[in-house]
Design a protein around this ligand. Structure first.
Ligand code: SF4
Length: 229
C-alpha cells in the first residue's frame, strides 16, 4: 500500500506540487516566528507566495523594494493587492537618491536602489521567502527550494517554494484561486521591474529578455549578493 503522498502524486500531481509549495511557506513561517519575510515585486510568482502567506499568516512582512522607478501600474496594483489580501506590505527605500544612474551604471543603480536596502532589511531576519523559479533563466537553473546563504557574516535560510514550478504552474495557480495578475502582463510584459530597464517581450523570447535588454545584464544583484553555502 502506498503512502498518502505517493497516492496523491499519482492521482493529482499538480495538487501535490502546489501543496508542497504551500507546505514550504508554512514551514518557513512557523520555524522562524518573527524572523521571516517574503520579498515580492508583484509581477509574477510572488503573487502566488503572497496569496499563500495571506492564508497562512498575513502578519508576515511582505517586503517591497521601492526603487523609485516602478511603473505607476505596479504601485497601483500593489496597493490593490495588499488591501484585498490584507497583507503586511513594507516598503523598503534606498538610503540615497543618485538620480537616473540606470543610464550610465545600472549595476551601481541596482545596488543602491535594491541590494543595499534589502541587505539592511535582512538584518533582523533568519529566513527569506522568494519566488525564484528554475525555468526563469539560465542564471536560476540550479536554485533549490531551500538553500542556506551567508549574508553579512551570518547564515539565513533562503526558501524558494516555486523553484520547480513553471510559468504555466504560476498562471494555473492564479487562475484556480482567482488571484489577480499584474495589468502589464496583458500588454506583452513577461517580467516586470523598473520602467527604465523593462520592455515587453516578443512571442518566443525568454521570460526575462525584457529586463536590461541589450546591455548584457541579467540580474539586479538581489539573488547574487549572498553566498550559497
Ligand atoms: S532595474 Fe534599472 S532603474 Fe531599477 S534599480 Fe536597477 S538599474 Fe536602477
Amino acid at each position: 500500500m502506498s503512502s498518502p503522498g505517493v497516492a496523491l502524486a499519482r492521482r493529482e500531481p499538480d495538487a501535490l506540487r502546489v501543496a508542497a509549495a504551500e507546505s514550504l511557506v508554512t514551514w518557513a513561517i512557523t520555524a522562524h516566528p518573527g524572523r521571516v519575510a517574503l520579498t515580492v515585486s508583484f509581477g509574477g510568482g510572488g503573487l502566488v507566495l503572497a496569496h499563500m502567506v495571506s492564508r497562512i499568516d498575513p502578519r508576515v512582512p511582505v517586503l517591497f523594494l521601492d526603487t523609485g522607478f516602478h511603473f505607476p501600474e505596479t504601485i497601483a496594483f500593489r496597493n490593490r493587492f495588499a488591501e484585498r489580501y490584507r497583507l503586511n506590505v513594507i516598503d523598503i527605500h534606498p538610503a540615497s537618491d543618485p538620480g537616473p544612474l540606470y543610464q550610465t551604471d545600472p549595476d551601481t543603480c541596482c545596488h543602491i536602489r535594491k541590494v543595499e536596502p534589502l541587505e539592511r532589511a535582512m538584518a533582523g531576519l533568519d529566513a527569506w521567502i522568494t519566488a525564484l523559479r528554475r525555468d526563469q533563466s539560465e542564471t536560476r537553473r540550479t536554485v533549490e527550494p531551500v538553500e542556506h546563504h551567508e549574508i553579512g557574516g551570518r547564515t539565513i535560510v533562503k526558501v524558494m517554494p516555486l523553484a520547480h514550478w513553471t510559468r504555466d504552474d504560476v498562471q494555473r495557480y492564479l487562475a484556480a484561486h482567482r488571484v489577480p495578475h499584474h495589468p502589464l502582463l496583458d500588454q506583452g510584459y513577461t517580467s516586470i521591474g523598473c520602467w527604465p530597464c523593462t520592455r515587453p517581450t516578443a512571442p518566443g523570447e525568454p521570460e526575462r529578455a525584457g529586463r536590461w535588454s541589450g546591455t548584457g545584464k541579467t540580474e539586479c544583484g538581489l539573488h547574487t549578493f549572498t553566498t550559497k553555502r
